[in-house]
Design a protein around this ligand. Structure first.
Ligand SMILES: Nc1ncnc2c1ncn2[C@@H]1O[C@H](COP(=O)(O)OP(=O)(O)O)[C@@H](O)[C@H]1O
Ligand SMILES: [Mg+2]
Length: 257
């Protein structure tokens, strides 16, 4: 997709986020500006504590911003009321986290269909919802885990279940915070393969990672230091994987990684 001619799906201008803890002000995000265009897969990297998770949470409306403008699919998020924001997040955004946040008393399948059960975006019966979930699970190779408790499956299987869950309401964009952070190398590669596939099928993705191998599979990398974007790097998608990783690693060294 030619990303330069399309309107941004996410447009962030002068975003600030301040936490006040024990009367101390912590300016975690300081005038952050960037755009993400439809079809992109953007990695956010940077030192621990630099504000990566905070950035992901504020631009996706999980947390309110202190100042600035964020628009998602052309809608100004600061103007949305809580229930409108919740609806936007449920219907148009998908979320994947390192900690997964699965409900312990539900089966893997029931966890996956939960967002659809809560949303009226897609008009369908429960049976149709379950059928869609099973198609997604099949695609991600976890069909056999449907009726398991979430503590009966591996970390890699559970993270793939999270991807299924994030896809159920056919989101415009997926936000992922260290989705491979708790996985071994093989599971991590499987999960990245699935995310890359989703992206090629048209889902825009923003993901935080500390793994250059993961970031090298994206289309662009933002590097954040002390709540500011210090640099950005376009991945040459036509280059072989090894060259993409080498190029990115060289740039990360320049950034002080
Ligand atoms: N809910 C919160 N309340 C107070 N401070 C927070 C909160 N979330 C994050 N912070 C602070 O914001 C800074 C950046 O944290 P975070 O965004 O988690 O960094 P990263 O994901 O890059 O490691 C840290 O100093 C952290 O203590
Ligand atoms: Mg983080």
């Amino acid at each position: 997709m030619d990303t330069n001619t399309a309107a941004p799906i996410l447009d962030v201008k002068d975003l600030c986020k301040t936490f006040i803890v024990n009367k101390r002000q912590n300016n975690v995000l300081r005038n952050v500006s960037f755009c993400i265009f439809p079809g992109e897969m953007v990695a956010v990297m940077g030192p621990s504590g630099s504000g990566k998770s905070t950035l992901l949470y504020t631009v996706s409306g999980m947390d309110r911003m202190t100042a600035g403008d964020v628009s998602f699919c052309g809608k100004d998020m600061s103007k949305l009321r809580d229930h409108e924001l919740a609806k936007m997040r449920l219907d148009d955004m998908g979320f994947i986290f390192q900690q997964m946040y699965m409900m312990k008393n539900l089966s893997v399948l029931d966890n996956i269909i939960l967002p659809s059960v809560k949303s009226d975006k897609i008009k369908e019966t429960r049976r149709e919802t379950v059928a869609r979930a099973r198609v997604l699970m099949n695609k991600l190779g976890i069909s056999e885990t449907a009726d398991n408790d979430i503590n009966e499956v591996s970390g890699g299987q559970l993270q793939r279940a999270c991807i299924c869950r994030s896809m159920m309401n056919r989101p415009q964009m997926i936000f992922a915070d260290e989705p491979t952070g708790a996985l071994n190398r093989t599971s991590s590669e499987d999960v990245m393969e699935e995310l890359t596939k989703l992206n090629k099928e048209g889902t825009t993705i923003m993901l935080v990672t500390h793994d250059a191998r993961v970031a090298a599979k994206c289309t662009r990398v933002l590097y954040i230091v002390d709540g500011n974007i210090k640099g950005e790097y376009n991945i040459n998608k036509d280059a072989p994987a090894r060259d993409r990783e080498r190029g990115l690693n060289n740039w990360l060294l320049e950034m002080g990684w």
